[in-house]
Design a protein around this ligand. Structure first.
Ligand SMILES: [Zn+2]
Length: 269
């Protein structure tokens, strides 16, 4: 068992390869027009902004439609029924005040969970509508070595976090105190190697604390379950940052805003 106190496995956000970004942005906008970034705002925020298709694609979010989320979930290996049920239960924790349902599905499930280690191991998920671009038979989420023996707290911290990505939620920015624990040079090299990010992307996404990020209109919640999780290899003291431990009130509120429970009813004339 690799779960030890100083061996917290942290999420590594999976993004589609860059050559698929434009196509994925098209899908995201077709499913939810609000995913398309506001060009007038971007031009105001970023000096010299040029609206190239690639640039727009990077800024496009991948939320599902406001009518709500109902996704079928399958497993690429054969976990016991009680484990499948338990994973589904924690994914569905998001539906407390949001129109979100993850249902078991055996034929062509939209969410496909693997539990592999090695090169594709760890905990990760593709984000929102991006999962539609993953070839059938390949995982959209990985929960390495999850079993019925995995502590309940890990189901809260990990399964709910990865389900959040599947719902389209990216990582939250961090508090300054946590950002200060990160070795900037190592972080830039790490995200370049793992995700192909430029130095500026890593600065914007990981090294900018919430109080500055909030000025730009980013939701700021340091206790969010979607708070960044940082591996020990890029922190100054070598210890990983585990992030939020469970869905908190502002996460629930945000999910309820994006996927309101009564949207379908309200829209009727
Ligand atoms: Zn994550």
């Amino acid at each position: 068992m690799r779960m030890q106190k100083n061996d917290v496995i942290v999420c590594r956000l999976k993004r589609l390869p860059r050559n698929m970004l434009v196509e994925a942005a098209r899908t995201a906008t077709a499913i939810n027009p609000l995913n398309h970034p506001r060009m007038d705002q971007l031009a105001g925020l970023m000096r010299g902004f040029r609206a190239s298709p690639r640039r727009i694609a990077v800024m496009t979010t991948s939320y599902w439609g406001s009518a709500g989320v109902k996704l079928s979930v399958g497993f690429l290996d054969t976990p016991p029924a009680d484990l499948r049920k338990r994973i589904l239960l924690h994914m569905n924790a998001w539906n407390r005040n949001a129109n979100i349902r993850f249902v078991p599905g055996n034929t062509d499930p939209q969410v496909r969970i693997s539990r592999v280690g090695g090169k594709d191991g760890g905990y990760w998920s593709y984000v929102g509508t991006e999962i539609l671009h993953i070839p059938k038979g390949e995982a959209t989420m990985n929960l390495e070595e999850f079993t019925m023996e995995t502590p309940e707290s890990e189901f809260h911290r990990v399964v709910r976090h990865e389900a959040g990505h599947t719902l389209g939620f990216p990582h939250e920015h961090m508090r300054r105190a946590l950002v200060n624990k990160i070795d900037r040079r190592k972080a830039i090299a790490y995200f370049q190697r793992m995700d192909g990010w430029t130095g500026q992307e890593t600065i914007d996404q990981v090294l900018t604390p919430i109080e500055e990020a909030a000025i730009r209109g980013t939701l700021a919640d340091p206790k969010s379950i979607m708070c960044y999780q940082i591996p020990g290899e890029i922190t100054k003291d070598g210890k990983p940052i585990a992030g939020g431990l469970d869905i908190d009130e502002s996460d629930y509120q945000f999910a309820g805003q994006i996927y309101p429970k009564k949207a379908a009813v309200k829209r009727k004339p």
